[in-house]
Design a binder for this molecule. Structure first.
Ligand SMILES: [Zn+2]
Length: 538
């Protein structure tokens, strides 16, 4: 019995250190994890995970290996806890698949942009102290003084016989339990699953969408007159902050000037609130009921099929961990221009696209389809507009981020108007169609800025959808009625392919006019988001 207590005495400091990250989470998690159930689940999952790793160490006999594994274990558990707490404290949610997608999709520049606003120096310092503090403590005070001796604790002598078998069974069974019941709480499993899903999606896209033509589209009819069409894909721009959508501040002075020429659809949502997931649906035939199947051709492939010369002009960086999904889709274009290709190119303003757009518009091509992918109003907002565009100032009584976002929106207004004017100058049969991939919440309905699907709010879903057309185009659109009824139509951009084909006079085998917001055959359908929530009901 005495021996048992002696062992226990040795075990206490070791266990205390192993469970230190767990205790940190126990305390901070209590304040950060939004639901009690979620908190308890996290604690059980993390506690179990810590214990599994801990006992695994003692399956090895050599002290060197044990010490090494012990240090590794502490660092690993600490990092996991730091990441968990970071997400809970910043987003009030756990690390999610959608958040991981953003990270997989990002290169260094974007990641620094993404975290730029969130990581405060104090947080970094806290993290470093946490990590190095505990390692230093282990090394200097415990191991060197002999308090932390992983070698001779009979209670944990699992290296021989039946004990080893029992421990192995425990490790296997509890690992299975974590994998089955707590896989959402275990960051490592979540990263692995999301990454596998992501790689699979990309392989599929690469084999189908990145090709110039799709095997699954059959053209029914097309026009062979001169056409110059420009589709502008915005970024993180919510209609909630646009003057054109009744926002109280002057964020659209230039588009407001030509408001009478614009068809402004008032009730349009993005299918998701993250770029990748959203654009995958908007730019292809993929939608809520048919996600990611190989038959889901893209609007670029449709344009190619209809004999357009296609251009993909982007201010978003083309390289993620491999190639990002919008880039893969853009690869189907016959001509591709990425003006933001270096790692530090975070500050390339969208107006830098305009000279290249002018070159494209000047090209002697009868049927042109230009896709312009903006950086738009993506966080960090203040890096999206030049100094001259700082219009809303901090003495206005608004929050700093709201001012920055509104300045970015106002700059975006300048870019879109410029694009329209360049197309107008051509005096040909043309349109400019603008929408955003999703919006951002900027303290509109909750104390948060940015976008996160777990906590998605209306400003994150509700996006501008604006159509301008030339005099030459007007004769093509006899079927478009400019009534208020049309503008009020409830629309989910996951059906964009059909609207796009409709206004571009492309008829193909899978065109569904009831899904074109411009068509007189249009029928409103349920707008499903997340895992089947009706946007208009819940
Ligand atoms: Zn986006």
């Amino acid at each position: 019995m005495n021996l048992f207590f002696k062992d226990l005495k040795k075990l206490l400091p070791i266990g205390g250190i192993v469970l230190y990250p767990f205790f940190v989470f126990l305390i901070f998690g209590f304040f950060y994890v939004p639901s009690t159930y979620g908190y308890l689940k996290e604690i059980v999952a993390f506690g179990l995970f810590s214990v599994i790793l801990f006992v695994t160490i003692f399956l090895f006999k050599p002290l060197k290996i044990r010490n090494f594994l012990f240090d590794f274990l502490i660092v690993l558990l600490s990092i996991l806890i730091i990441v968990k707490l970071f997400f809970y404290s910043t987003y009030e949610t756990k690390l999610s698949t959608s958040a991981l997608y953003v990270i997989f999709e990002s290169n260094k520049g974007e990641i620094s942009g993404y975290f730029y606003d969130f990581i405060k120096t104090s947080k970094v310092l806290f993290v470093l102290m946490f990590l190095f503090g505990i390692l230093f403590f282990v090394k200097k005070y415990l191991r060197d003084k002999g308090t932390l001796n992983l070698s001779d604790i009979p209670l944990l002598c699992f290296t021989n016989g039946i004990a080893k078998i029992f421990v192995l069974i425990f490790v296997v069974l509890s690992s299975m339990l974590i994998y089955k019941k707590f896989n959402d709480e275990n960051i490592l499993i979540e990263i692995y699953n999301s990454y596998a899903e992501y790689v699979d999606l990309k392989t599929k896209l690469k084999n189908t969408l990145a090709k110039e033509k799709s095997d699954y589209i059959k053209l029914v009819s097309k026009l062979d007159v001169a056409q110059t069409y420009v589709v502008v894909i915005g970024e993180s721009t919510s209609s909630w902050h646009m003057q054109l959508y009744d926002y109280a501040r002057e964020t659209n002075p230039l588009l407001s000037e030509i408001k009478d020429e614009l068809i402004i659809f008032k009730d349009v949502i993005a299918p998701h609130v993250h770029t990748i997931a959203s654009l995958e649906k908007i730019l292809t035939m993929s939608d809520y009921s048919n996600p990611n199947v190989k038959e889901n051709s893209s609007i670029i492939q449709i344009a190619n099929e209809a004999g357009f010369t296609t251009y993909w002009l982007s201010n978003q960086q083309p390289i993620g961990i491999d190639e990002s999904i919008p880039t893969l889709i853009g690869n189907a274009a016959q001509h591709k221009y990425f003006i933001n290709t270096d790692d530090y190119g975070d500050n390339v303003y969208d107006e830098k696209l305009l000279p290249q757009l002018q070159n494209i518009l000047n090209e002697d091509v009868t049927k042109k389809m230009v896709f312009v992918h903006l950086m738009g109003t993506h966080t960090p907002y203040k890096r999206r507009y030049p100094k001259e565009f700082q219009f809303f100032n901090n003495d206005s009584g608004f929050k700093l981020k709201v001012n920055e976002y509104d300045n970015a929106i106002r700059y975006n207004d300048f870019v879109i108007r410029n694009i329209i004017e360049k197309v107008r100058e051509l005096e040909t049969n043309s349109y400019v169609l603008y929408f955003s991939d999703h919006g951002d919440e900027v303290y509109d309905t909750m104390d948060f800025f940015g976008h996160n699907e777990y906590h998605a709010t209306k400003p994150m879903y509700e996006v501008p959808f604006i159509f301008w057309f030339s005099k030459g185009y007007k004769k093509n659109i006899s079927h478009i009625k400019e009534s208020d009824l049309l503008l009020e139509r409830k629309y989910n951009l996951e059906n964009f392919v059909h609207s796009f084909s409709d206004v571009s006079q492309i008829n193909f085998n899978r065109l569904d006019s009831t899904k074109s917001i411009f068509s007189n055959k249009f029928k409103e359908s349920k707008r499903l988001i997340k895992k089947g929530i009706d946007y208009d009901k819940d």
